[in-house]
Design a protein around this ligand. Structure first.
Ligand code: NAD
Length: 357
């Protein structure tokens, strides 16, 4: 085996990795199972061409660990897992379908030890294909064979988390008159911007896609900000809902907001950026907590809850979790990032039964 792969496996503290080579497409499949303290490992399936095989395995391991903290942050009954389909070149048509069906059969053979959903490079349609071969796809209604878009649930969780940040920063969670800059107007940013505007906030819109900005500007009567000006534009809350690593040593000194609360994954370039924000007095709501509304709703769907109103009500829990983390951070004068880590470690420790009890 590739030495880099062996080194990664030697160094990892996760439960294990299920590995398989899909000969017809030349794809390496890695299912990283990080932790099952709270329940079976669950996480998205990423499909991507990686420069080196070890990059794919590293991605699966890193993201699986992130999922352990994400599920635990809300005390949900799943563990951390993530799958990577490291393809040699983009796959379409029958080749893609064949890979997904064989991958689905592999998941089925694990008999519930891993559940999955869409991620970078895979779509809701891909999840429906995988679900033809296994019973462990989250967000699929196996009765009607329809898949659900997690975006609106994620957006609702971000809204509630953002309101918790307002309460901490301004003493009130009211949106009325608050200025929120939404970066990225896609599956999450679009419904978030609509909810914020409906709640009376002054929304500033930004996206690389000018057409998206224009359409929403017309609909909501908002102003827009050029992508290059996002980090220096004064606002109460910056809501990153596009790409990761927007909080870094270059952007943090220029930020002119009181709080950062958005859906994007991996917003910090490096862990030290949380401390940099804390030192600047900018409240940073940890991304993996505030963007967990979609994952939360999918876990509830797996328990049979499907009506929209009940799901949205449950997603309000994201706001409660964020409020608790921000309170703990303020009391201990630590960054919310550190407070969130402590909280999830506490929840995991409470559930870890001693082996010889
Ligand atoms: P999306 O692809 O539907 O939308 C992303 C939008 O961001 C697009 O309109 C794109 O044009 C825009 N964009 C890309 N780069 C940009 C940049 N540099 N500046 C401004 N705009 C830019 O994605 P999404 O589903 O809305 O997800 C947004 C973020 O939230 C991603 O980081 C995603 O990983 C994360 N997230 C999404 C969900 C979910 O339920 N969809 C859940 C958890 C986390």
């Amino acid at each position: 085996m590739d030495r880099d792969l062996l080194s990664l496996i030697e160094a990892w503290d996760g439960n294990g990795v299920v590995t398989r080579f899909d000969r017809p497409t030349g794809t390496w499949i890695f299912i990283a199972l990080h932790d099952d303290t709270l329940g079976p490992p669950a996480g998205g399936t990423r499909m991507k061409v990686y420069p080196a095989l070890a990059d794919g395995l590293r991605d699966a391991m890193r993201l699986a660990e992130g999922m352990t903290f994400k599920w635990a942050g809300l005390g949900l009954k799943f563990g951390g897992g993530k799958a990577v389909l490291a393809i040699k070149q983009p796959l379409e048509g029958e080749q893609r379908r064949g890979l997904l069906l064989r991958y689905g059969a592999l998941i089925e053979s694990l008999r519930g030890a891993f559940c999955t959903g869409a991620d970078l490079g895979t779509s809701a349609g891909d999840m429906s294909t995988i679900a033809e071969a296994c019973h462990h796809v989250l967000g699929i209604d196996y009765g009607s064979r329809t898949s659900t878009d997690p975006g609106p649930y994620t957006a609702h969780g971000v809204l509630r988390g953002l309101q918790a940040a307002l309460a901490q920063s301004f003493g009130s969670e009211a949106l009325d008159g608050r200025e929120v800059l939404v970066q990225g107007l896609g599956g999450v940013g679009l419904p978030l911007a609509r909810s914020l505007a409906r709640g009376g906030a002054r929304v500033l819109l930004s996206d690389l896609d000018d057409r998206r900005v224009e359409v929403l500007k017309q609909e909501l009567g908002c102003e827009s900000v050029a992508p290059a000006d996002v980090y220096s534009t004064p606002c109460d809350v910056y809501a990153p809902c596009a790409v990761g690593a927007t909080l870094n040593p270059r952007t943090i000194p220029t930020l002119a907001c009181k709080a950062v609360a958005g859906s994007a994954n991996n917003q910090l370039l490096e862990a030290e950026d949380a401390e940099r924000l804390h030192q600047r007095g900018i409240l940073y709501v940890p991304d993996y907590i505030i963007n967990s509304g979609g994952a939360l709703s999918f876990s509830l769907m797996a328990e049979g809850i499907r009506d929209e109103e009940s799901l949205m009500r449950e997603v309000d829990r994201v706001g409660t979790a964020v409020a608790e983390i921000l309170r703990e951070a303020a009391e201990a004068d630590i960054s919310p990032f550190v407070a969130a880590r402590r909280r999830t470690q506490r929840i995991l420790a409470e559930h870890r039964a001693p082996v010889d009890a």
